[in-house]
Write a protein that binds this ligand. Structure first.
Ligand code: ADP
Length: 312
């Protein structure tokens, strides 16, 4: 299975993309829905909120009165912390449960509005960002979704910037055209990127790496950072250092083969074995024909090779 994170600013067009993937069989884990489910009447989540903020947060029918909760919880930073302290672990546990129930060949789609704000990008095999300019989003939110203009503007301003989203995007979908054009882009991503990525992961084989040099791509350092962050998320304390190395990490080379080379340093042979297992499970199986401890990505759209090195 692979996990795909879908994000974008409010009103960017995530629903169109999610729908396109779901029609093609994506296993949808909907963050907004889970956030509602964990505080439904009768849940321990709702009971904990009442305990913390008082029975005034309940509507007459016993369900959560969101504006009343917001008025209490957002009054001060401690309130927000208390609220998050109650809901985040429940959301995390439910998400985990749904992930574990997914079949082995699933393309798990996490629809996460605040993926960038929550620093969650490295936990996905691929991050897809839907982009629409903020003024167009504002116009759509007000005129198509009927939102209050000041509220829509405040929400847009409170969210991550386009640059922050661009920094984590493995796949960038531009929704400045029609919804049909966006859906067509999403279908291509599904067929040309996500399905091969999933198939490679299932088969335990890397995607084919390019072999011919190309002119240096100014994006290489940013891609290198994303790969390094992904590797930290997979390996955590098993590694002592993870670096982008080789020609694509050198901003002065005029041309190179477009492969991100990463070096993972570990303390000893046991940690190297453990790192190899974690890499294989996380979308970086061993590279056939290479020396031992050289792995490569299953993603055909982000060529990357990883060498595990035991520190002297
Ligand atoms: P998100 O899920 O990212 O918050 P939506 O997918 O709900 O955003 O889109 C916001 C609004 O803009 C919806 O009313 C949607 O129908 C509309 N919309 C989305 N994409 C387009 C587009 N390309 N052209 C015109 N309207 C669009």
């Amino acid at each position: 299975m692979i996990r795909v994170g879908l994000t974008g600013g409010i009103g960017a067009g995530k629903s169109t993309v999610a729908k396109t993937f779901i029609e093609r069989g994506a296993y949808h884990v909907d963050a907004d829905r889970i956030a509602r489910e964990v505080v439904e009447p009768g849940t321990p989540g709702l009971a904990a909120l009442v305990e913390a903020f008082g029975p005034e947060i309940l509507a007459a029918d016993g369900s959560l009165d969101r504006p009343a909760l917001a008025a209490r919880a957002f009054a001060d930073p401690e309130g927000i912390q208390t609220l998050n302290g109650i809901t985040h672990p429940l959301i995390g546990a439910r998400t985990q449960e749904l992930n574990e129930a997914a079949p082995a060949d699933a393309v798990i789609l996490h629809d996460v509005p605040l993926l960038v704000e929550g620093h969650m990008a490295p936990f996905y095999d691929a991050v897809i960002v839907v982009h629409t300019d903020a003024d167009v989003r504002l116009d759509r939110l007000v005129n198509l979704r009927g939102m209050d203009a000041a509220d829509a503007r405040a929400r847009i301003e409170a969210q991550a910037t386009d640059e922050q989203r661009r920094a984590v995007a493995d796949i960038w979908l531009d929704n400045s055209g029609s919804p049909d054009e966006l859906a067509a882009q999403a279908r291509r991503v599904w067929t040309d990127r996500l399905i091969p990525l999933r198939d490679n992961q299932l088969a335990g084989v890397p995607a084919e790496l390019p072999t011919e040099p190309v002119p240096a791509d100014p994006q290489w350092p940013a891609v290198g950072t994303r790969v390094v962050n992904r590797l930290w998320a997979l390996l955590g304390g098993t590694a002592t250092a993870i670096e982008h190395v080789g020609p694509t990490s050198d901003p002065t080379v005029p041309a190179a083969v477009g492969v991100i080379d990463a070096r993972v340093t570990v303390a000893d042979a046991a940690a190297a074995d453990r790192a190899a297992e974690l890499l294989s499970a996380g979308g970086f199986p061993p590279l056939p024909g290479a020396e031992p401890r050289v792995h490569a990505t299953v993603d055909p759209g982000r060529p990357a090779r990883v060498r595990i090195v035991v520190a002297d």
